[in-house]
Ligand binder design. Sequence first.
Ligand code: SF4
Ligand code: SF4
Length: 459
Amino acid sequence: MNSQPIKSAPSWLDGRNLLNNKWIDRFLRSHWYPGIIQWPTLIVFVVIIYQLLLGPSTAHDNLGTALTWVLWWPIIPIIFLFLGRFWCAICPFATINDFVQNFVGNNRPVPHFLKKYGVWIIDASFIFITWSDHVWGVVGSPVGSGVLLLMLTTAVVASGAFFERRTFCRHLCFLGGLAGNYAQAGMLSLHGTPDICAKCTTASCYKGTEKAPGCPIFEFPKTMSSSANCVLCGDCIKNCPNGSIQLTLRPPTKELWFVHKPRVEAAFLAAVIMGIVFVQNVTMLEVWTSILSWLESITGTSSYYVNFSITFLFAITLPVTLLGWASFVATKSNNASFVDNFTRFGYAIIALDLAAHIAHNLFHMLAEGKSIIYTGMAIFGVDSIGASAALVSTTTIQVMQFGLIGLGFLGSLYIVYRVAQSNHQGDVILATFKPYAILMAGLAILNLVLFTLPMAMRM
Ligand code: SF4
Ligand code: SF4
């Protein structure tokens, strides 16, 4: 795979080191960071778990459901876009992992199979969790959501007790896998200064010092070429004796123009996420009931497991197959193998993924946003029966959704162009570009069609 340095004119959005600002620098170097945000987040997490398991049994009335699925889940992709994997630095699971590790940690090395196949495990668990949400109604059931969070907590505790650093966050967390993909389209990048790191022999950023532990996600800023696994915890900023770390702004998607070590499992996940957004949209549409009836007549069974699973399989297979088709067509005009094309250009779907994901969740956040206030007031006995939960009109939400899909499409198209340009020359650039441009247009149109149809509420 080719890798080239990124060349572009510096601007206010490109290459500005935020650590040159003394307030940001002081905050990230402070012993208070990230704990000052981590611990309140953990308290909110405990309140959510309590509400989900012991609060009102219907999602409509449950504050835990509203905070998790109407506030947190819609905001999370927006955080990834603007702040990379910052959420992972303050995530309650990371805090619990560190807490358990401090007391009973065995600090065993990460098993080889996790290093090698961890991303595939993440891909599989992401698919499984989405599938189980639909067939067992996890999001729609407060207890179901609570049990899911408890199961994840158990896995985190086990990982923290046995393995070193944040093995769960790096190799097992499905949200971490999603975050890793989206952070590459994000606007923040943390990295060492090459000239300074080249002369450094301490590797304090990786090993840790008395000021802070070594990188919890097993990254080495000296060689780190991607934001996929940096959670912006600030430990390396505190540890580096040479002031090498930079925290820079960059235009969205820039990292995806030149992925240094593309991995087929990340490209696969990018295509699968698009399918998952499709399935999330389709099952919320008013026409979903008609689609189910049609499927029942074809399969001869009214089993939701069977009919939903067929829809789900079709939805996640569709973008993977279309990416495969575009990659196959591209092999006819460039000298790259099918797998190389699939891997390199699969990353281009991430921009559209992120846009579609935000656009889908925008509906929950803006059409159901007031439910957070209503369910919170209900705890204190204030009734809001019959009040609309919408923050803005459906038309406004649709306009925003169309705008986001347009931006995502342009982002994906530009990534395809840059990747084609960096790997090929002359007429081959355009010949390689065309099938992927058709792919991105097809995916964008499908999203637009789904967003024109009326959707059902979650709360
Ligand atoms: S970031 Fe700092 S500690 Fe790490 S390799 Fe570079 S100079 Fe050394
Ligand atoms: S590279 Fe630095 S900021 Fe990023 S996760 Fe590792 S220690 Fe934290």
